[in-house]
Design a binder for this molecule. Structure first.
Ligand code: GLN
Length: 452
């Protein structure tokens, strides 16, 4: 995999940092244990992985795709990082991403975009485009992403790979640099549903160091993936969400989705249409809640605690240094969201914007609850179109936000969802999104493995 990275990543830029020596040393530890006849640390011991550069690592820099953290190395490992190391998984390096996970194309990275291996004039999705591109170009067999509004599923869809956003609270956020804390969720990415399930069980589990960590058994996703591989979906009820199916989507995406529904029926599932009327307001709700949390979370980048410091030459006040640093260190999308969030939370506007958005969030959760009274899983296309061209939407934030239409509702509800490859449209990959109720992540793997 290191050879493959050396060969192709110059043209793709999936990695921000490659840790060749450290990865080989970790692999040597696994080999030595195997030679000594010891039981492997996990089923994935020795299988290397690409880690999104938003999880802290003590032996590599962590930038979150921002100039603000250029040159910064964390004094501690994220819980996800520690779990990977404990499982004997060598870390190949850190992958490119939109700055602080804000974006849908990886073009908001301060270090330049990642290109889609299927067509290098196109984006690999975002914010976790680096992880998805690394998988799709065979630079890594496994990867980790984070999904606040779709950043695992959407890159998976447009690169023809698998990505799962687990139930909120089941993968620790300790050491995951925050975007929007009530939405952020780390998750596994792979090229097959079973690989993704094996990784899911390595990283999930209760963590007392994350205050929103769920203290519940991890759903048996590996067993579910194996069961699903038999291809029998008899007894499974699948709901097609009417509001996530529009004539405005790319025709190839619609025909791929219709074919997926026909295949699920053929496998024995019962498919019905369900309506979730509040989903049409998910985008408006998300893009008030997320910036509000961002404006608060990113206040920590104050030029004193981490990374960049500009203007500290004895002629500027502390406040000026702070302002100059934030002006230089944050990119335009991050600044835009800090301003929107600060406005939405300000006295006099709080109820009208943030308060309303929270009410809509509750309505969306109720729509899901009602739907799951009659079906086991919900399905939709993951994205309204295949990968778009680099530069196509980067100057049009609304067009960029609209690309998240199908993935946002599950984040607002805290539910699990997965994207699995669903063939090609006009030569480019399409994803099928599968959604399930909280803590029923195993259903995604059963249906995903049967479908793939
Ligand atoms: N594209 C969405 C956004 O820009 C989702 C990002 C994410 O999931 N981190 O907010």
């Amino acid at each position: 995999h290191l050879d493959r990275i050396a060969e192709v990543d110059g043209g793709l830029h999936a990695f921000l940092h490659v840790a060749g020596d450290e990865a080989l040393a970790a692999a040597a530890v696994v080999d030595a244990a195997r030679a000594a006849g010891e039981a492997p640390a996990s089923g994935l011991a020795g299988v290397p992985l690409a880690l999104k550069d938003v999880f802290t690592t003590t032996d590599m820099p962590t930038t979150a795709g921002s100039k603000m953290l250029q040159g910064w190395t964390s004094p501690y490992d994220a819980t996800v990082t520690s779990r990977l190391r404990a499982a004997g998984i060598p870390l190949l390096g850190k992958t490119n991403m939109d700055e602080f996970a804000m974006g849908s194309s990886t073009e908001n990275s301060a270090y330049g975009p990642t290109r889609n291996p299927w067509d290098t004039t196109r984006v690999p999705g975002g914010s976790g485009g680096g992880s998805a591109a690394a998988l799709a170009s065979f630079q890594a067999p496994l990867a980790i992403g984070t999904d606040t509004g779709g950043s695992i599923r959407q890159p998976a869809a447009v690169t023809g790979t698998v990505g799962c956003k687990p139930t909120y609270g089941t993968v620790s956020r300790y050491g995951l640099i925050a975007c929007a804390s009530s939405l952020d969720q780390g998750g596994p990415c792979g090229r097959t549903v079973l690989d993704t399930a094996l990784l899911h069980e390595v990283i999930a589990g209760h963590d007392p160091r994350d205050s929103t960590s769920v203290d519940a058994p991890v759903p048996a996703v590996v067993a579910a993936a194996r069961a699903g591989a038999s291809g029998d979906l008899k007894g499974v009820k699948v709901g097609v969400v009417k509001e996530l199916h529009s004539d405005a989507y790319q025709p190839g995406v619609i025909s791929s989705f219709d074919a997926a529904v026909a295949q699920l029926t053929e496998l024995g599932a019962e498919v019905v249409e369900v309506s979730c009327p509040s989903f049409v307001h998910a985008l408006a709700s998300y893009y008030l809640i997320l910036p509000s949390e961002v404006s608060s979370n990113l206040a920590r980048f104050d030029a004193m605690r981490y990374g960049l410091r500009v203007g500290d030459d004895g002629t500027h006040s502390a406040e000026q240094v702070m302002a100059m640093t934030r002006a230089a260190g944050f990119g335009p999308e991050v600044k835009r969201r800090i301003m929107i969030g600060t406005y939405a939370l300000s006295a006099g506007y709080y109820d009208a914007y943030y308060g309303q958005a929270l009410k809509v969030r509750t309505l969306i959760a109720r729509d899901f609850d009602k739907a799951y009274e009659s079906v086991d899983v919900l399905v939709s296309p993951t994205t309204p179109s295949t990968a778009f061209l680099l530069g196509e939407k980067v100057d049009d934030p609304i067009a960029m936000y609209l690309y998240d239409l199908c993935t946002l509702p599950t984040n607002l509800a805290g539910h699990p969802a997965m994207s699995v490859p669903s063939g090609l449209a006009d030569g480019l990959p399409v994803g099928l999104q599968i959604m399930a109720p909280a803590l029923a992540d195993d259903r995604l793997y059963r249906v995903g493995a049967a479908y793939e």
